[in-house]
Structures are given as structure tokens and as C-alpha cells.
Design a binder for this molecule. Structure first.
Ligand SMILES: [Zn+2]
Length: 332
């Protein structure tokens, strides 16, 4: 049985322990003091479409409870502990430092808090963790928060190799023209920071081509590549790792068989298996693997995707060696 797993695409704010988030929200006065736990739970678990602009409000609720050093530290530590419990040997946790500056933290403070939480977890548990910091696309133009995104890159550079492993671009994908972010990621490249981009998740496969023009190291999701053979060929030519998150894509239908992951694997795309958001996707990596087995993905194919995850990971070579040894002990 495959137990050792690697998650490369996991959002901290979408993967909180809900009870912790509720209690901390009351403590920080970020929700109405009369709100019951059941109401809070229902808001985060409501049966609505994941990719509507309205649904992104969920992220505000969970971000509001992580505006202080202790909150970022504690939530990161707790997430690492839970990931260790379900057999992950390595995870890249992503968050957006610019979303955590409402109560006085700088972006650097926020990054440090998350890295400190991850470091403490790595002391206490047998899991390795890398942090990805996300640029945000928020409005109908990259100019809306250009200053904050630039600061995200500059603050991240200071922590590169010290817990931070890469950058991302996240938000409501169809808000604006992806190509507007090209100068940002040119800068990231100049600074030697690896990056992945959310692209081809929300119905616009052409964003995959725009993202590839920025020469990323990986693509977040990329499932809309099935819309056009050109997109598939562009990914194959580059052997581009895709961070596929099945439960997140199919949302409440829970129809795993209708997801294109098996087709993508059959076409030879470099598919890695990930969770996205443990709360909003109502899943974890253990469940993702279980569900894929149910639709006929073999243990061998899942093992290959785990090795592909290791290959595509942003951690240093020394960490990769340690992780490879663990995988080999289990699988070979
Ligand atoms: Zn994501």
C-alpha cells in the first residue's frame, strides 16, 4: 500500500482546522460573537460553486483569523501535524503574505511566522515542508495590487533557501489578462525564485499558454488543457509538471470519473496529485489517492506521480535526496 505522499499544492488558508479557526475568530473578534460553530462551519462548507467571485469570500473569513504572528505560526504548525498524521513526507504549503497585513504585520513578518511554524513542526514531526508565497490577482488589472505583488517578490527573496521555496500566482483566474503578470515573473526569474502559476483551472485553457510564456517551473491545475490539443502539446514539449487537484475541481458533484486526470495521465502529461484546500475541497491527500484508485488509477501510476512530485518539488537537492531515500524504501 502506498503511504508516503507528497503534496505540492496546498493552501494554508483553505486547510485550517475549522474548530481552531472558529475559536480563534471569536478571540480576534473577526466574526460576530453570536455566530454559532455550526453557522461558521456551514459558511465554509456551503454547497456553492468554488470558482464564483462570491465564493472567494470564504478566503476572507479564514484570512481574517490569520493576521497576527501567533495565528500564522499556530495554523501552519497544526497543518503540518495533520499532514504528518496522514503520511505525508513532504508538503509545499502556499499562502499569500499580502493577505495577512491587516493588523500591522509586514509581508516579511507574515512569511517569518509561517516559516517559524513550519520549522517547529519539522522539529516535532517526521515531515519536511517548504513555503510558497503567492502573488494575488484581485481585480480586472494587474495594476490593482501591483505594489503589494512587487513587495511579495522582494520579501520572498529574503527568505529563499531559508524555508521559502517559491512563488505562485493565485486568485480568481478569469478576472484579468494573465499576460499583465509577465514583468512580475520576469523579476522573479532574475532573482532565481522558482515559481508556479494557477492556470487553466477555471475554464480558460488559453491561460496555460500565457502562463507557459512566463517560463514557470510548474503549473497549478492546468486541467483545461483538454480543451485544445495545442495546450496539451505545449505542456508535453516542456514536460511541464501539473499540480492537479481533483476534488477541488469537481467540487460538490464528487463525480471523480468525469475528471480528466486519467486522460491526462494516458497522454503522458506530468501529473502530480494534490489537495488544493482541505476545507473547501473537503479532502486530503490520502482521500485523493483513495478516490483515484476507485476510478482505476493503479498503485503503480500513483507511485509514479509521487516520484514526479519529488522531481518537481522546489526544495533543495539535499532534501530531495532524503525524500527519495524514503520513497525508495517504501516502493522499491
Ligand atoms: Zn490552488
Amino acid at each position: 500500500m502506498n503511504t508516503a505522499k507528497i503534496d505540492l499544492h496546498l493552501h494554508l488558508d483553505g486547510s485550517l482546522n475549522i474548530r481552531w479557526a472558529y475559536e480563534r475568530s471569536l478571540l480576534r473578534n473577526t466574526i460576530d460573537k453570536d455566530m454559532s460553530f455550526e453557522d461558521f462551519y456551514n459558511i465554509l462548507f456551503a454547497h456553492n460553486k468554488h470558482h464564483s467571485a462570491e465564493n472567494f469570500k470564504k478566503f476572507e473569513i479564514v484570512c481574517d483569523v490569520m493576521q497576527e504572528y501567533d495565528d500564522l505560526f499556530d495554523s501552519t504548525y497544526d497543518l503540518c501535524r495533520r499532514l504528518n498524521d496522514i503520511g505525508l513526507i513532504y508538503a509545499e504549503l502556499r499562502f499569500a503574505s499580502q493577505q495577512h497585513c491587516k493588523r500591522g504585520l509586514s509581508q516579511s513578518d507574515a512569511i517569518k511566522a509561517v516559516i517559524d511554524g513550519a520549522n517547529k513542526a519539522m522539529e516535532d514531526f517526521d515531515i519536511r515542508v517548504g513555503i510558497i508565497n503567492a502573488l494575488m490577482h484581485k481585480g480586472d488589472s494587474a495594476l490593482v495590487n501591483e505594489k503589494e505583488n512587487l513587495e511579495t517578490i522582494l520579501a520572498s527573496e529574503k527568505f529563499l533557501g531559508k524555508g521559502l521555496v517559491g512563488l505562485d500566482l493565485a486568485g480568481f483566474e478569469n478576472n484579468c489578462d494573465y499576460r499583465e503578470y509577465a514583468p512580475m515573473f520576469k523579476l522573479a526569474k532574475e532573482k532565481g525564485i522558482p515559481f508556479t502559476l494557477h492556470a487553466g483551472e477555471m475554464g480558460n485553457g488559453e491561460n496555460i499558454l500565457f502562463a507557459l510564456d512566463m517560463e514557470p517551473d510548474r503549473i497549478g491545475h492546468g486541467v483545461d488543457c483538454i480543451q485544445d490539443e495545442r495546450y496539451i502539446q505545449a505542456l508535453l514539449e516542456r514536460n511541464m509538471p501539473l499540480e492537479v487537484c481533483v476534488s477541488s475541481n469537481i467540487k460538490m458533484t464528487r463525480n471523480y470519473a468525469e475528471h480528466p486526470i486519467r486522460y491526462m495521465m494516458d497522454r503522458g502529461l506530468k501529473v502530480t496529485v494534490n489537495t488544493d484546500n482541505m476545507i473547501f475541497s473537503r479532502s486530503d491527500l490520502f482521500n485523493e489517492h483513495q478516490q483515484l484508485k476507485m476510478i482505476g488509477v493503479s498503485d503503480e501510476r500513483l507511485m509514479q506521480s509521487t516520484y514526479d512530485s519529488l522531481d518537481a518539488a522546489f526544495c533543495d537537492e539535499e532534501t530531495k535526496k532524503i525524500l527519495k531515500k524514503k520513497l525508495d524504501e517504501e516502493f522499491r
